[in-house]
Design a protein around this ligand. Structure first.
Ligand SMILES: [Fe+2]
Ligand SMILES: [Fe+2]
Length: 202
């Protein structure tokens, strides 16, 4: 099992991830509040790499929420979030969930995570299709934010925990490499889909 990083290292890794989000719009605050306790932050293999992205996404979500309707940074941040999440989710499926799904012991955990990705795609497409400068946009965004935070909380505290039990340290390190390679390609190819959801997404 890959050993847990020290608290100082965990704090540094989290601050660096938030810093990468801040680079998109340095003038906005990124108050992510408390994050779920996870042993994976700072982990040198796949799970640490995924939490690093999750922290960056937490910061982007907090920053979007801090924008006013007419602020052009809202669109910049939202698009940065959607592209990064598309790249992250596709690479996560290819590097991790496909293998985890193949193992009958963990099929259900992988299925749950991938199912969440579909739901989040719809929520992002719906938010992208609406008027981002309109007064009601943040309300829709709040649903997306809550769903995304819930998804990464579950990954960090349930699905990664179960997946880790069935993967060797070597597997986990190799998966990190695959993830990095695939995320780069998937993110470069990501398109921001716009589609109004006619029924509530759930
Ligand atoms: Fe994830
Ligand atoms: Fe995910």
């Amino acid at each position: 099992m890959a050993r847990a990083a020290s608290r100082t290292k965990q704090a540094q890794v989290k601050a660096a991830a938030i810093g990468r989000a801040k680079a998109v719009a340095p003038e906005l605050p990124a108050r992510i509040g408390s994050t779920p306790t996870t042993k994976f932050r700072g982990n040198p293999a796949i799970f640490g790499r995924l939490v690093e992205d999750h922290d960056k996404h937490r910061a982007l979500l907090a920053m979007i929420e801090a924008t006013s309707p007419g602020d052009p940074a809202r669109k910049t941040l939202f698009e940065a979030f959607v592209r990064d999440v598309h790249g992250h989710a596709a690479a996560e499926e290819q590097a991790l969930w496909s293998s985890v799904m193949r193992n009958p012991q963990t099929t259900e955990f992988a299925r749950h995570a991938v199912g969440d990705h579909h739901k989040l795609d719809k929520l992002m497409a719906d938010a992208a299709a609406r008027d981002i400068t309109g007064p009601g946009w943040l309300r829709r965004f709040a649903t997306l934010k809550a769903e995304y935070l819930d998804h990464i909380l579950e990954e960090e505290t349930e699905q990664f925990v179960e997946a880790e039990k069935t993967l060797s340290e070597q597997d986990q390190r190799y998966m990190r490499k695959v993830f990095n390679r695939r995320k780069k390609a998937e993110k470069a190819a990501a398109v921001i889909e716009k589609k109004i959801a006619l029924k509530p997404i759930g």
